[in-house]
Design a protein around this ligand. Structure first.
Ligand code: FEO
Length: 171
């Protein structure tokens, strides 16, 4: 069954939000590189990849359902931060906003009785739980160790081991 145009439009707006997330995390990755924290930069660059996969998962879904892709504009992200903790607090704030959006879209899929969209969004609902939890873990660790000193370099080495985003992880 073809997707209703109004629903396709709402998904297009979520595609825009996922690309906005990717763009934000790429900017954060650059900031970490410039602070000589390559492990944090790697973690953010992996998150950029993941967000791109999220956008493309919705993009492919719209086409599979006979809808049209209309890409919206994305804003320039903030490029400078006080310290690593403030970066991750911004990530948390951003992801809570994304969770609200996904939940609202899911409510809409329920109202419109669009079962395939509900199934796709259930994957995103789980993904948001995972992302929020990962970010909270990093925030808790940063609060414990502070933003400078040897511990931050050890943590940086740990974040450098994050595996690349794959289709399984992001799509
Ligand atoms: Fe696409 Fe960070 O959620």
């Amino acid at each position: 069954m073809a997707i209703k145009p109004a629903l396709a439009e709402a998904i297009n707006d979520q595609i825009r939000a996922e690309f906005q997330s990717a763009y934000l995390y790429l900017q954060m990755s650059a900031w970490f590189t410039e602070q000589n924290l390559p492990g944090f930069a790697h973690w953010m660059r992996t998150q950029w990849q993941e967000e791109t996969l999220h956008a493309m998962k919705l993009y492919d879904f719209v086409h599979q359902r006979g809808g049209a892709i209309v890409l919206g504009g994305i804003d320039a992200p903030v490029g400078s931060y006080a310290n690593p903790l403030s970066v991750f607090e911004k990530v948390r704030e951003h992801e809570l906003m994304i969770t609200d959006r996904i939940n609202a879209l899911y409510e809409r899929a329920l109202t419109e009785k669009d079962l395939p969209l509900q199934i796709v969004l259930q994957w995103f609902i789980n993904e948001q739980v995972e992302e929020e939890s990962q970010v909270m873990e990093i925030i808790d660790r940063l609060k414990l160790i502070g933003s400078d000193g040897p511990s931050i370099y050890l943590f940086d080495r740990q974040l450098a081991t994050r595996p690349a985003a794959t289709a399984g992880e992001g799509a």
